[in-house]
Design a protein around this ligand. Sequence first.
Ligand code: GDP
Ligand code: MG
Length: 446
Amino acid sequence: LGRKINSALASLAHKPAIDAEALDAMLKDLCRALLEADVNVKLVGALRTNIKNLVNLDELASAPVASQRRLVQRAVFDELVRLVDPSGGAATDRWQPVKGKPNVIMFVGLQGSGKTTSCTKLAYYYAKKGFKTAMVCTDTFRAGAFDQLKQNATKAKIPYYGSYTETDPVQIAVDGVARFKKDKFELIIIDTSGCHVTEAELFGEMTSIADVVQPDNIIFVMDGTIGQSAEIQARNFKNAVNVGSIVMTKMDGHAKGGGAISAVAATGSPIIFIGTGEHMQDLERFDARGFISKMMGMGDIGGLVEKLQDLKLENKDFIKHMEQGVYTMRDFREQLTNMMSLGPMSKIMSMMPGMPADLLGAGGDEMGTKRMRKMLAVMDSMTDAELDSDGQVFKDQPTRVERLARGAGSPLVEVQMLLQMHAQFAGMVKKMGGKNGWMTQMKQMQ
Ligand code: GDP
Ligand code: MG
């Protein structure tokens, strides 16, 4: 989807000026891409109208073509953000657990949507942030449900509650919550069944649990790959219980996600997290601006910074530099080093602005890591002055590049590629930093 949106926008790059015709052609491509990704036709129509209204062609006519293009891009970006987040990316009314009190969270969603997995991911996420967290399994319908939760919880080192003998999910919920409240747990996550003899019974069970437990938030888990039917499904759940937030799963791989986008619009509940894999760390806080930005190949600096802040950075200047729009060789080295400890390369890469998606190449994560190590070896043979520079010194003195290649035992082209990559990032960071930069804007949004 991102590629298609970009190619729609890229069609404007060859135009000497952006007139009504060029804009219409771009909008047509954009809308087709969205429809192919299962976004609801009404929403696509509204998006088209909004963009047309946002872009005032008469006013544009006298502007240089580069700023015309920027304006259109901005309008497209903003409207796409509004599509996945009714509040327009303001992210103000997001649910957050509060420290020092029991936060009871209930997960609902159809069987197979990823509830149990997401419960564990959320528990793991907040346990890492210092919350005393526990899980309760109320799925007595599906055989093996308790075993699955037990296994997950044990792996994540999260205390859990469930029963092999009690068959009433409501009773289990009451008992589990009471026990963990007594032990001063701060986050109590209730996993529920997603399947029953009839849908009415499933919704009945859900409402009974919600009625007695009175959760602080009900999270609807939705499979991001299901396409158009997501909208009806989301509306049904919303009608049965008071859905407060959405977790969208399976956003790794080739999820179209368009149906999920439609569902968000249908329920008005914000997506708070997305699942990006089967492992417990594969959970990302959802931020509409970052999500769209990433989709459009602009990177997700917000997400990257959050990840980086979790680390103990050797180079304390890094985040400050990013904010200022400065990006030295040393920053680049720092980034590469940390990327390797942050998790699967492919995921971190997708957060980096301007990172070519195919950098990992055919070998995937393993080859990518190897390549990354080689790049680090090159940077190890740089002097301090070179590391603290913006890379220009290498352009001015080609002999230095040869020296690096010799020092690291790498072919010259690899060193050149590294320098080129640094220059590319530096360009992006420069655009994003500073008073009018993207980082500042994002901070103000939050
Ligand atoms: P539940 O029936 O709603 O509790 O769903 P489960 O948590 O048991 O998940 C169903 C399947 O989806 C399992 O095989 C999970 O590993 C898988 N799954 C859940 N979340 C994700 C995700 O974000 N990405 C991928 N690739 N698989 C997921
Ligand atoms: Mg389950």
